[in-house]
Design a protein around this ligand. Sequence first.
Ligand SMILES: [Zn+2]
Length: 624
Amino acid sequence: MPILFGFSDQTKVNYYVFPIQPGQANYLAGTMGELRSTHFHGGLDIKTNQREGLPVYAAAEGYVSRIRIHPRGYGNTLYLTHPNGTVTVYAHLQKFTKEIQQYIHKEMTIEKCYEIDHYVEKQLLPIKRGAIIAYSGNSGSSTGPHLHFEVRDADENVLNPLFLQQFNEIKDHIAPVVTKLAITPQSIWSRVDDQFQRKEWTLNSASSYPLARPIEVYGDIGLELLTFDRQDGTRNRNGTPIIKVFVDGNLEFHQEIDRFSFAESKENIRMFYHYPTQKKYAKRFNKLYIEDGNELSFYPDKSKKGIIKIEDDKLHNIKIELTDAYKNTRNVYLKLQGKPPIKKIYQKPSFTKSQGYELHQNVLLMYQKKSVVGQSDTVWIKEKYRRLGLLPEYQTATHDVYLWDLRTGLPDSILFRQGAVPTHFQFPVKPNYPYSLYHQVMDLAIPKDALYDTLYLQLYANTENGQEVFSIGDPLIPLRKPITISFKPKANMYLVDPNKLVAMYVSYWGKKKYVGGTWHNNRLVVETRELGQYTLEEDILPPTIQAIRILKSGVKFKIRDNLSGIGGFNLYINGKWTLLQYDKKSGIIWTNNDDANIPFAGTVELVVYDNVNNFNRYINTIQK
Ligand SMILES: [Zn+2]
């Protein structure tokens, strides 16, 4: 079991009240530690019968220690501090009790801002165990009504509430489920089904031996799983917290997601799941191996790294044991057959093109279609002053495949049979030092620890369809922390005001996403955690304003911006600044009726800005 730092068994059993419908059956739409794209989920998502307005109960005696209102993220959020040192957090709320609501309204009016984040003094808002503190909602980045409930320790680490206390409100008799297995080669000599490739298998989850025959592997390999856990009475696919891997009976890997800090979560999630598969297909495979750069605290014995070494031709037995917070366990058994690399393979590789190259950590994999059956062609790699001919490492039914260890040198170009392909490699960047690079088309600053592992940096810019495209590294390589890119756009490619320039990230599938940036010293400077391609665009359109309701009882608008997004807004009624609520996902802003002591009358003036200071104004009158 996880360590419970100072909790007696007594408090473990019954310290917390379940915050929604206590004493009744409840259901979870999410569990603590489950994988999201940018973080591990910090708490329980408790279902609220698909509606808003359910009473939310204080999980224990204490006081309101913090109130945060935000149009995104956690939305309307309340924090309670308890005598045992823990803090409980209640997020995506619809509204608070009258007393708390009045406190918030006062603070917002003083600050003239809808967004607040207030630490409240201890004596101000004391709370009794089990008292109603708020009403559940769908505020912030929530995509459906629910309560997000967290327990944190005094150092702001989130704790798994179901490990602290097995609430009777949740029933769980269902063991975790595995839907897919993947095996990834970990060195240039590794093979999975005879090739240097990551391969996936769909598992028959009903069987503990879900694969009909052994998988042929060689060298260092890593296992990955697509897994979920379910609680009784709901179809939601929640996270699997505890996984152990036994190789020939020996424990080789053990993860237990019981607590983490927010920085740890954000900075390491991209090492925990297989990043390229998440980026390409939004699937998060739980890696059952620990690579260099992974600083997560989920591993009780970090010396057991889970990298499986197979250097014989024998059969090896793998047992994967998955356990949930209610101690339901599922065992999955696999067999790995050791098989040394061979030169000729009668299967097809997954390459869609006739030639190309891929980066797999230290390994550069190159491939080209075979010319004459039975003949193997050489590729040449050009590296500064030398030219090296490479013979295929192996041949498949259709392609020759070549492998190059990037630690031995970075090729400038690859000469395939059909011509040379430039690689744009600059130099290897190590994770433990800061780097600055000054380049003709963009400068780059990589702070210390922004990388997980050595980055073989590629950099170039070209023009496609009249637009500059900037390429920085491989989009399938994860970053731990943001790097700074200073784009140097060609002046003649853009229209008027460089202050209206914004950077857009081009996703793996070519979809553009707003990143932003600031114009400084003739450069557009952005901080980003994505390697890959960027373009620059001009945001010259102001936000749109659509009046939904202009009444004495209140006003309501829908606001939208095409590119850089809503930067801010101010509402004046009869010249007096008036507080607005804001829900970013719907673009709705409105005055809160609870706060209107006197009916609105006179001029209504709304000004809305985008993030590059384009603005729009709406003026109307409310008759007395
Ligand atoms: Zn949540």
